[in-house]
Ligand binder design. Structure first.
Ligand code: SF4
Length: 368
């Protein structure tokens, strides 16, 4: 596309942003189709600042746990799930999780536990309640960000309870918020191809809407870079925006790049998303999601150098120190699993931004 043509495509979008107007579906597709990456980054940064963003970049000190890798769903993009009979299958008891978490907490003083896992048919709802209660009793000051919407839905099938009853019970046991996983790409066509065993995306929205109604904040994601089209990406983002208009309970959006290693897609020769696509996703997310306050550049998936650039493409959060991370490393993410605070601070400062350690709810704990 010639320079003049590129400029003309983005000019009306720039005018809308400068006027504080909302972008629509066609704008989103035009942005996705643009190969003028630098212009996208500049527009996204403009939008972020126009909506009140400043130079602060957030991170949280957190511990990653996975309660089980046994899963009945068999998503095609997943390199993490196993059956109970496989040698490397595990399902930790609440006591084992507490022991691990308390030990890690003594070492690092994390403020958040992020835990997701497989949908094991071999546990019951009491197992999940027991995990939440035990962790909350052992570490009452630590925020528990646990279980994807798919896992919450799985708990309703295990228990016969409604989504609201499940969430209420977990909240009363100490659950603080939900992570955003399980969203993948909402379009039916994509779900049939990559996650045919997963419940309909309407349940993802139902769980998050219900959680927001109970005062449980949540996060939202998109797993991109597989079979989805640009239009399906935009549709996904706009559905999230509609939900946020309705309930306002999303704390942050996290784009998750698909890693093909150890999945059926590796045999088909699929590669990682190019860095330019990762940056485009960050920028377009920021531009379309005008009502979600935070966009994360998840350094464990992007790597630190690209994360630094993403901070100029609309991202204002690099996620966490991540004491442990298993799902994406099973699928080939090769960044270090342990990052010291010092390193994240350095990375943010080198990008010309102000590092701020936050808690899960974006309260500022420390600023450099
Ligand atoms: S992505 Fe989640 S639900 Fe799908 S197979 Fe893997 S663990 Fe199971």
């Amino acid at each position: 596309m010639a320079l003049l043509e590129r400029t003309e495509t983005l000019t009306p979008i720039r005018e809308k942003i400068e006027a504080g107007e909302r972008l629509d579906f066609e704008d989103g597709v035009a942005l996705m189709e643009s190969d003028d990456i630098l212009a996208l980054g500049e527009l996204a940064d403009l939008a972020r600042r126009a909506r009140g963003g400043d130079d602060r970049v957030y991170f949280v000190q957190n511990l990653y746990l996975n309660q089980t890798n046994v899963c009945r769903v068999k998503c095609k993009f997943c390199a993490f799930a196993v059956t109970r009979k496989q040698e490397d299958a595990y399902t930790y008891t609440p006591d084992e999780l507490v022991e691990d978490a308390v030990r890690q907490h003594q070492l690092t003083g994390f403020t958040e536990i992020h835990m997701v896992g497989g949908e094991s048919p071999h546990v019951d709802f009491d197992y999940y309640v027991g995990i939440v209660r035990s962790l909350h009793e052992a570490l009452p000051d630590v925020h528990l960000k646990l279980f994807t919407a798919s896992e919450i839905h799985h708990m309703t099938t295990l228990s016969g309870l409604t989504h609201e009853e499940v969430l209420r019970e977990l909240r009363d046991a100490g659950l603080g918020s939900l992570p955003g996983g399980g969203a993948e790409v909402f379009a039916d066509r994509v779900r049939r191809l990559v996650a045919p065993g997963k419940e309909h995306p309407d349940y993802w929205f139902h769980v998050h809407r219900t959680a927001h109604g109970l005062g449980i904040p949540t996060h939202c994601t998109m797993l991109y870079g597989h079979v989805e089209t640009y239009a399906e990406r935009v549709d996904h983002l706009l559905r999230l925006r509609d939900q946020q208009d309705e309930t306002g309970g999303f704390l942050a959006f996290i784009p998750l790049a698909f890693h093909p290693e150890n999945t059926v897609f590796e045999k088909r020769g699929w590669k990682h998303t190019p860095g330019s696509d990762d940056l485009k996703l960050i920028a377009v997310s920021r531009l379309l999601l005008d009502n979600v306050p935070n966009v994360k550049a998840y350094w464990i998936m992007m790597g630190l150098p690209l994360t630094q650039i993403a901070l100029h493409f609309g991202a204002n959060d690099v996620q966490g120190t991540v004491v442990r991370e298993e799902i994406f490393h099973a699928a080939g993410a090769n960044t270090e699993t342990e990052q010291k605070i010092d390193e994240l601070v350095r990375v943010i400062q080198e990008a010309g931004r102000i590092p701020v350690q936050r808690d899960t709810l974006y309260n500022e704990l420390r600023r450099w």
